[in-house]
Design a binder for this molecule. Sequence first.
Ligand code: AMP
Ligand code: MN
Ligand code: MN
Ligand code: MN
Length: 271
Amino acid sequence: MMDLHTHSTHSDGSLTPEELVGRAQSVGVTHLALCDHDCIDGLREAESAAKGAGVAFIAGVELDVAYEGEMHILGLGIRDDAGFRAWLKEIESRRAERNRRIIQKFDDHGMALLPDLPKRPMGLVSRTHIAYALVQRGKAKNITDAFQKYMVKGRIAYDTHQKPSLHEALSRIGQVGGKSVLAHPGKLSADLEKAVQMLALNGLWGLEVFYPAHNRAKRESLLALCAKYRLMPTCGSDFHGAYRPGVNLGMAWEDNAQLCLTRELLFSAKE
Ligand code: AMP
Ligand code: MN
Ligand code: MN
Ligand code: MN
C-alpha cells in the first residue's frame, strides 16, 4: 500500500515522524511520503525510522499557494536544501504573524485561546491547533465546526498570510528535485481545468486523484484530466492522526496499474 500525503507533529498531524512510520508499518503502508505544511523539519527523523522499519520513504512537503480560494501543492521526492529551508522559514514567520492576529481576534471576542494552544516542542502552529483548542473549550463540536463557525472567510477570526505564487512554488519544488502534485483537487473552489492548465504550463507532474473525499465519478474525471494534460495520478490519505478523525493511513490507495507506474517513478531511484 502507498500513501503519499501525510502530516506529522512538524505541522498539524498528531503523531511524531517516528510514530507515523510505526503506524504506517503496522497498517501495511509499504511506500510513504511525509508532506508537512510548509515544513521539512520532520523528514530526517521519518527517513531514518522508515529505514529501520523497512518502509520505502520519500521526502515531501505541502505548500500553500496564492490562488483563488485555497490551493495546496505537494512536492514529492525533494532534496534537503539550505535555500529551500530558508525560504520555508520566511513563510513560517508570516504564518506565525497571522496566528498572532487570529489569536488577538479571539481575544477581542472574549475567547482567550493562548493557554490552550499546545506547547509545541517542534513544528509550526496551524489553524488546526487553534480549532482544536476551540473544541476543547466547548466552543465548537469538532475541528470542521470550529473552522465553519470562526475561521472561514467572513467569520470573526478569518485571516490569511502572504503565500507564494503558483509559479514560484512549482519552480522552488523543481529546484530541489521534487515533483509537483495538485493536492486534493476535489476541494479546489476555483475552476479545476483552468487551474490544471495553468499548473501544467508551470511544470505540474501529478494530480492527487485518489483521496478520501473523492468519489468514483470524481476520480474518473480526474483520471481524464491526467490523460489530457499528461499528468501522473497519485494517492494520499492526508492523514492528520487525531486532528482528522476517520482518516486512516493508506485509505486512499487503489491498487491499479496507473499507481504502479507512479510508484515506480517516485521510488525506483531509491529502491
Ligand atoms: P493553516 O495551514 O494554519 O492555514 O491551517 C490549515 C489547515 O487546517 C489545513 O491544512 C487543514 O488541515 C485544516 N483545515 C482547513 N480548513 C478546514 C476546515 N474547513 N475543516 C477542517 N479542517 C480544516
Ligand atoms: Mn492540515
Ligand atoms: Mn491540504
Ligand atoms: Mn495535507
